[in-house]
Write a protein of this length. Structure first.
Length: 422
């Protein structure tokens, strides 16, 4: 099945001529600030700063930390790398024992689980320039508890050469058009399957419910709404790709979706910004980029993508919160976000970063910048992890078990109500 990989190509970070403006960042008061919290000034950061991070971000962060240390000679930054699959439990253990680092990289769906351990974003660290969807996931119970760092959102990758063979020069914009397009890739371009779709992951197919206008909970996030007419409509549309023979209900786990994309047997897949390098690594090569197209999520009532990614949070018991917030503020400046994207492949969460020619003139990346204007995310509830796991089984029942969309939605709603919205 398709998974979001952390295998990314790391470019060498060259010297960056950063001005005092980048060091200072913007300083506006934001909602969610704790009463009496210390404002972050524009003086150099000093002391020792301990950071935990995961995967490719942990590999790249020391190079950026070295740049920030040059701007702040009295500061020493230590980065401890953690594997993603062990990070959650390590944070749990550190919180329980009072041995957390000063700051850490948090997966967006982890925010509600660890919210009580985070310090609210203080005055002097602005969150006004971020995409609304990215900012939404760091706001828990009325407080802004982290700064959005990287955006992991879905768009549709497709083979432009095969699309042209099927009679298309542009990616379809609506659900109806997309299904016709995917079928044409089979009947006219010779693809074995029209699109790769997950067979047992709720989170990886949420672009369809979101684009149908479905919401996972009510606005107050006090009640699950997983059996709404919009959700049933999305599940019906999703199931039709399998029943109509357009998507494979039993994909070969030994063959990656990227490899199938490269050989043309599955010319459409849903992926994030790093999919470009992953496709190249799967056999496409750098020159293969010319055959790749990226399209916005096809719309029913809207074109709305799932948004995940990573946030930067400071723990309440940080020994050096001043340096932590100053480093976060610097990492959030547009110029540094663009450098980070070039080094790691992560997509910027700051709107102004997308004005840089490196991103806005790239035919593939610029689509993600446009898609970031319309995203949604799972609710900020600790019970989402359990509900999502139940959702994974529900999707498998939908695709492989012969369950009707209405029955799947009803069952999932019942399970979610038993778990609770907490």
């Amino acid at each position: 099945m398709f998974t979001w990989r952390n295998t990314r190509r790391l470019s060498i970070l060259g010297g960056v001529a950063l001005t005092a403006l980048l060091l200072a960042g913007c300083g506006t008061t934001q909602s969610g600030q704790a009463a009496g919290s210390s404002a972050v000034d524009d003086k150099p950061a000093t002391g020792e700063l301990n950071i935990w991070a995961q995967a490719a971000e942990a590999e790249a962060l020391p190079k950026f930390a070295a740049e920030f240390e040059k701007l702040n000679p009295g500061l020493k930054i230590n980065v401890t790398p953690l594997p993603w699959d062990a990070a959650y439990s390590k944070y749990q253990t550190a919180i329980a024992s009072g041995t957390t680092p000063d700051m850490a990289q948090m997966g967006t769906t982890w925010m509600p689980n660890f919210a009580d351990s985070f310090a609210p974003v203080p005055t002097g660290v602005s969150t006004s320039g971020f995409f609304d969807g990215a900012l939404k996931v760091v706001q828990v119970k009325g407080k802004t508890l982290a700064v959005p760092w990287t955006a992991d959102l879905r768009a549709f990758f497709y083979r432009k050469d095969l699309a042209k063979k099927a009679g298309y020069t542009e990616f379809p914009k609506t659900w109806a058009e997309f299904k016709t397009f995917a079928k044409a890739l089979q009947t006219k371009a010779g693809a074995k399957w029209g699109v790769f779709l997950t067979v047992k992951s709720l989170q990886d197919m949420l672009v369809f419910p979101y684009s149908a206008g479905a919401h996972l909970t009510n606005a107050a996030q006090t009640k699950w709404t997983l059996d709404s007419p919009e959700m049933v409509k999305a599940l019906t549309y999703y199931k039709s790709f399998f029943t109509d023979g357009i998507a494979n209900p039993n994909p070969d786990g030994a063959v990656s979706s990227e490899a199938a994309f490269v050989d043309g047997s599955i010319p459409v897949l849903i992926g994030g910004g790093q999919e470009i390098s992953t496709i190249a690594a799967a056999g496409g090569g750098a020159s293969y980029k010319d055959k790749i197209g990226v399209g916005l999520v096809p719309a029913d009532t809207s074109s709305t993508s799932f948004l995940g990614g990573s946030d930067l949070a400071v723990f309440k018991n940080s020994k050096n919160p001043d340096a932590a917030w100053k480093f976060i503020r610097w990492l959030s400046t547009p110029a540094v976000q663009v450098k980070w994207q070039q080094a790691v492949g992560d997509l910027p969460t700051v709107k102004a970063a997308w004005d840089d020619p490196t991103l806005k003139d790239d035919p593939l990346l610029k689509v993600f910048g446009e898609q970031l204007k319309s995203t949604d995310s799972p609710p900020s509830l600790t019970s989402w992890t359990e509900v999502s796991a139940a959702g994974d089984k529900a999707i498998e029942q939908l695709v492989r078990g012969g369950e009707s969309p209405a029955a799947v939605a009803k069952s999932l709603q019942s399970q979610a109500e038993s778990i609770g919205a907490k």
